[in-house]
Design a binder for this molecule. Sequence first.
Ligand SMILES: CC(C)(COP(=O)(O)OP(=O)(O)OC[C@H]1O[C@@H](n2cnc3c(N)ncnc32)[C@H](O)[C@@H]1OP(=O)(O)O)[C@@H](O)C(=O)NCCC(=O)NCCS
Length: 181
Amino acid sequence: MHSVGTVTAFGRDLGDGYTLTLRDLTTIEPVLALVHANRDRLRAAEPWAWGPQTLDGATLHTERLLGQFAMDRALPCVIRADDRIVGAASLSFDPYLGQASLGYWVDAGLEGRGVVRRAATVLVEVARARGTARLEIRTAVDNTRSRGLAERLGFTHEGTLRSGMPLGPNRVDVAVYGRVL
Ligand SMILES: CC(C)(COP(=O)(O)OP(=O)(O)OC[C@H]1O[C@@H](n2cnc3c(N)ncnc32)[C@H](O)[C@@H]1OP(=O)(O)O)[C@@H](O)C(=O)NCCC(=O)NCCS
């Protein structure tokens, strides 16, 4: 951690050249390029991926996330392999409920190497250190990889939200995973 003005930035070493660092204005274009490169697989999992994914939209989204970070409501991060951005992993905090949600995605070329598991493990520890009582991961029921990762991280499948989120023209059931810290 180091200070940038009044805001404390975030960064962790994940080993083997991988790092987890705060998103900032310099990550907007590389993240957008990675979203475009992974558009079809992201659309199979993430409602936001169905949006137009323009530079203006990505800039507004990142500014909003950084505003939430500054208010201690979010920890939006990118995963890097050396200097190249290869994915994202983030926490979103609900201070009133004392809980947070965890989200993640990674470039197809780096899938299955344990990198997201390492990033998510760091974020679980950050949430615990902040006194967060409970973490959630929500994922489409047929997202086998995400569900496997949630279970690998020690989360429990607590239930299923019928028709819980849109994926383009369809709505899909959502598996809710929880971990009490
Ligand atoms: C979901 C996603 C992030 C998983 O990434 P990944 O690279 O497979 O994750 P990792 O390799 O870091 O970790 C997966 C862990 O879960 C374990 N696992 C358990 N069951 C698994 C399964 N059915 N499939 C894959 N991994 C499984 C793996 O063994 C691994 O643990 P390990 O590191 O100890 O071996 C990736 O597939 C992705 O980006 N998908 C598209 C976007 C998406 O679905 N995002 C999540 C929306 S909720």
